[in-house]
Design a protein around this ligand. Structure first.
Ligand SMILES: [Mg+2]
Length: 245
């Protein structure tokens, strides 16, 4: 039930962190064995509600206007693209979507920037990781235009030692070749690293690569209900991994 997410945290085996009854989930991570924290951006540090709104409302609306079709028709036409590209780098590529739709998506995203938001407790977690002296990297599948806009809007860039973008490695985090490629350029010890993300395929790839701790985010989108996650150790939000020992 607890899943295989936490290697090196045997003391937490068999305890139910999914019930939501415990005030802290700090025991999910053995901080004495963690030197390095790697975090996803959308749905982990930032509220995925922005992306949900953008792709579900903004893009279909502008596509409908540009094509002179009804909103529902626009959604129907876009749907196969969404499902067909999931898990591939193109899915995260604004240029690709701009070509596909004929819309300037970077511009549309910038126009909607007011809705970009940090998940509650993220900043407290980032501050605590930095204060503990551990290195902190943001590792995102998001397109450069997207993550730069979001960092500018939230002012969070300065919290990270590095911001690494999957597009610079030519493959998304879901790809088993991703972590070896990243590590070849940016050395770190996976057994002594914690990785948190809201995407199960991404978490599986990280687990398979041998991260010391892999943690799923249960409530990545404030506009949607919390999810039930059984495959990985999970917290509603990053803040629940505090305090850092
Ligand atoms: Mg994410």
């Amino acid at each position: 039930m607890l899943g295989q997410g936490l290697k090196g945290g045997a003391e937490s085996e068999g305890r139910d962190y999914h019930s939501g009854m415990k005030p802290f989930a700090a025991e999910l991570v053995d901080w004495t064995r963690t030197d390095h924290v790697l975090l996803d951006m959308d749905g982990t540090v930032l509220d995925l509600a922005f992306d949900t709104h953008f792709w579900r409302d903004v893009v279909p609306l502008h596509y409908a206007q540009a094509q002179g079709i009804a909103l529902e028709e626009a959604r129907l036409r876009l749907e196969p693209y969404f499902t067909g590209l999931q898990g591939r780098l193109e899915w995260y590529c604004l240029d690709h979507w701009s070509r596909l739709t004929g819309l300037n998506l970077a511009q549309l995203k910038a126009a909607a920037r007011e809705r970009i938001a940090v998940l509650p407790g993220s900043e407290a977690f980032l501050d605590a990781v930095r204060a503990s002296g551990r290195s902190l990297w943001l590792v995102t599948n998001a397109h450069r235009d997207s993550w730069q806009l979001k960092m500018a809007q939230t002012g969070l860039a300065g919290h990270f030692d590095r911001i690494l973008c999957a597009h610079d490695f030519g493959m998304p985090k879901e790809d088993p070749r991703f972590w070896p490629a990243l590590r070849a350029q940016h050395g770190f010890e996976p057994q002594r690293a914690l990785f948190a993300d809201d995407s199960l395929p991404v978490l599986r790839a990280a687990r398979d690569y041998g991260f010391g701790a892999v943690v799923a985010i249960r409530h990545p989108d404030s506009s949607q209900p919390k999810r039930v996650i059984e495959e990985f150790s999970a917290v509603d939000r990053l803040e629940q991994l505090l305090p850092i020992a």
